[in-house]
Design a protein around this ligand. Structure first.
Ligand code: NAP
Length: 321
């Protein structure tokens, strides 16, 4: 028999854990399916696990490291009675009304492991990759999406960072702690990043920029030895000798599981109704980066997790809980 739960939260980033804190304090005994590590860029806790210092999360005057912040949120959720399970949802069925069956990885049987009265989706988003030849082959061998995880391995080396947003500059700035030089390769001649990050990067003597440039190939047999770069206006190509490439070109939502199950926007983000976290399926709520392609901040994710827990609580009340 599947285990019946009042509230199941899928995902354990700021949105999922904030939803868990609120649902637990509302005595709903939430179960959080927190995910499981499958690579350096995919692990419980979401994208903050791959971040260095977070300076803009309210309450931390001197900033806080991303993984530390997630550890605190996790403990806070557990303190109020949330249960966290290290597994992934492999399948779910939202075609009929609540309760919704969920299948988990590592389950012993073909039957659903859990039935959720109310379901909160907080599966977040993940890093986009360049898609150039040799990129996937060299992930973990010089290609990375996580400076916090891998920066240490590039002490006194020349590294490239792809992208022109806040993530790219944050990675570049962090990498200057280890690298002898960091080259930011950006496809346009102006950055998308916030002015404060731009100023910091321009001021840092270890960072230089290749403008109007795209990475068309990554070189190296067993590990990265360089990148092939094409200038977008002249079409000229040249090679740059680097021992690492950090890809920081944005994200896509982790919504594949939901495709065909509830309404998604054309870019794959979950469609929510008005200011609420309600989705196209009654009793299913979405919060955090899987439904927000605009703000994408830890604090807005946490706020939307709170919204989802309150929406779920009210929905359960209306349905006799
Ligand atoms: P982003 O703002 O979407 O920037 C992505 C960058 O990658 C853009 O410069 C884009 O170029 C470039 N890019 C996209 N696809 C590419 C491709 N295929 N090849 C080459 N370049 C490509 O993403 P983000 O930097 O990850 O930031 C996401 C959100 O999180 C933003 O709202 C950001 O402010 C926020 N954030 C904040 C902080 C902070 O405050 N410390 C840190 C990290 C992120 P174009 O500019 O030409 O489009």
């Amino acid at each position: 028999m599947p285990e019946r739960r009042k509230v199941v939260i899928v995902g354990s980033g700021p949105a999922g854990l904030t939803a868990a804190i609120y649902a637990a304090r509302a005595q709903l005994e939430p179960l959080v399916i927190e995910g499981e590590p499958s690579s350096t860029s995919d692990q419980p806790g979401g994208q903050l696990m791959l971040t260095t210092e977070v300076e803009n999360y309210p309450g931390f005057v001197d900033g806080v490291m991303g993984p530390e912040l997630m550890g605190i949120m996790r403990e806070q959720a557990i303190r109020f009675g949330a249960e966290l399970r290290t597994a992934k949802v492999s399948r779910l069925d939202l075609s009929s009304t609540s309760p919704f069956p969920l299948w988990l990885t590592h389950a012993d049987s073909d039957d659903p492991a859990i039935e959720a009265d109310a379901l909160i989706i907080a599966t977040g988003a993940r890093s986009l990759m360049l898609g150039c030849p040799n990129e996937s082959r060299l992930v973990g061998y010089g290609v990375s999406t996580c400076a916090t995880c891998d920066g240490f391995f590039f002490r006194d080396q020349h590294i490239a960072v792809a992208g022109g947003g806040d993530s790219a500059l944050e990675e570049a700035l962090f990498l200057t702690r280890f690298a002898s030089k960091v080259t930011v390769v950006h496809r346009r001649d102006e950055l998308r990043a916030s002015k404060i990050m731009q100023e910091r990067a321009f001021k840092n003597p270890k960072i230089d920029f290749l403008w109007d440039s795209v990475i068309v190939d990554i070189l190296g047999d067993s590990k990265v030895s360089g990148i092939k770069v094409q200038h977008t206006t002249s079409s000229e190509t040249f090679e740059l000798a680097v021992s690492g490439l950090f890809v920081a070109i944005g994200h896509e939502p982790n919504s594949a599981l939901l495709k065909g199950q509830l309404e998604l926007e054309s870019n794959g983000y979950i469609r929510t109704i008005g200011k609420s976290s309600r989705t196209s399926v009654d009793g299913v709520f979405a919060c955090g980066d899987v439904q927000d392609d605009h703000y994408r901040q830890a604090v807005t994710s946490a706020g939307s997790g709170c919204v989802a827990a309150i929406d779920a609580e009210h929905w359960l009340e209306e349905h006799g809980e």
